[in-house]
Design a protein around this ligand. Structure first.
Ligand SMILES: *Cc1c(COP(=O)(O)O)cnc(C)c1O
Length: 348
């Protein structure tokens, strides 16, 4: 399969910016680095970062069991989302396909790139409408974004539906696994080799608790990764991010344990929410819970909670399936209890 067919024709021949340090091959000799106009007075960050992040990718390759040439690192998943839209879609011609209610960044990135959006809503039970997605798509449908588990509904999609879409969608399917560590359904990564049009993105922002370092990881066919490397800003991952994530990944057990604690807290929070009068809580495979408050009270419950010092995400009005719905992040036992108390005060 020729994966170039998924990419924007006008960018295939683009000559990437040659960053100075790219020709540097560490062959053990001590080199004097006079090629990049850096400041020689060492502060540990006086040099430009490795544009290909080899050391960090080596660690991630071992962690995720994906070869280095199938890994692309981005300044948060946000940057990958924007780059892949820019790289695949001809502005004003092509479009992306979204399955609302969904993560808001996809539409923002498409709009900023002058790329259209076709929306195929989820079914009433928050699942993928596979036949509608395939019927609505055409030659100009270059990307299908599926967050799995989904944000903001919190559920995992049926694996069979995802496979049907990957096998039949005209363009690339981006499976956004930002919350996969919290889900019972495992990552689709082991199946990457089977599907040249599948891209998987994950992030250090949620389960690894490093939203501040801005590191996203995308996994795909080696030629797609090559293309992404060609169109990226040369130094998109800064030195402090590379260093801190290299350190954190040596302590990955600590993060796994924290994810387990969050899943336990999620189960307790879900039970407490169900007991609050007038509330429907939806089961979650992520580190947040979507819940619906009595008809017509979505905005006021959100605002009242805020007055009591608890900020949750108001989704009322965002989509017909989300009327009077709010989304709450699963936090520490203490913060979860404070939130439930506040909610009981309002509705109990
Ligand atoms: C939080 C989230 C991300 C993470 O984005 P970063 O830019 O890596 O912080 C990606 N996708 C979804 C669906 C999310 O909810």
């Amino acid at each position: 399969i020729d994966v170039n067919k998924f990419l924007r024709k006008s960018l295939l021949a683009v000559a990437p910016y040659q960053s100075a340090r790219e020709e540097y091959v560490n062959d053990g000799r001590k080199m004097i680095l006079l090629d990049a106009n850096e400041n020689p007075f060492a502060t540990a960050i006086n040099r430009y970062p490795d544009p290909m992040q080899l050391e960090l990718k080596t660690q991630i390759a071992a962690w995720k069991k994906v070869p280095i040439n199938q890994i692309y690192l981005s300044n948060g998943s946000d940057e990958f989302i924007s780059q892949i839209i820019m790289g695949c879609c001809e502005p004003g011609v092509d479009h992306i396909v979204l399955v609302p209610p969904t993560f808001g960044m996809y539409k923002v990135a498409a709009t900023l790139n002058g790329v259209g959006v076709v929306e195929v809503p989820l079914t009433e039970d928050f699942q993928l409408d596979v036949s509608a997605i395939l019927e609505t798509s055409n030659e100009q449908s270059k990307l299908l974004f599926i967050p799995n588990p989904n944000n903001p509904t919190g559920n995992s999609f049926n694996r069979k539906d995802i496979k049907t879409l990957v096998e039949n969608f005209n363009g690339l399917v981006v499976l956004d696994e930002a919350y996969v560590e919290f889900a019972e359904a495992k990552s689709i990564l082991p199946e990457l080799a089977k599907h040249p049009n599948l891209m998987v993105c994950q992030t250090l922002s949620k389960a690894q608790g490093m939203a501040g370092v801005r590191l996203g990881m995308a996994f795909a066919h080696a030629e797609l990764i090559l293309f992404l490397n060609k169109i990226k800003a040369p130094y998109n991952i800064n030195s402090l991010t590379q260093m801190s994530v290299e350190f954190a990944l040596r302590h990955i057990d600590w993060f796994d344990e924290k994810s387990r604690l969050i899943c336990e807290a999620r189960a307790r929070l879900f039970e407490s929410l169900k007991k609050v009068s007038g509330i429907t809580a939806y089961p979650s495979a992520a580190n947040f819970i979507l819940f619906r408050v009595p008809a017509g009270t979505g905005d006021s419950v959100h605002d009242d909670l805020q007055r009591q010092g608890v900020l949750v995400k108001n989704l009322n009005g965002a989509h017909p399936l989300l009327t009077d719905s709010l989304r709450v992040t699963v936090s520490t036992s203490l913060e979860n209890a404070t939130f439930v108390d506040a909610l009981n005060d309002l509705l109990g």
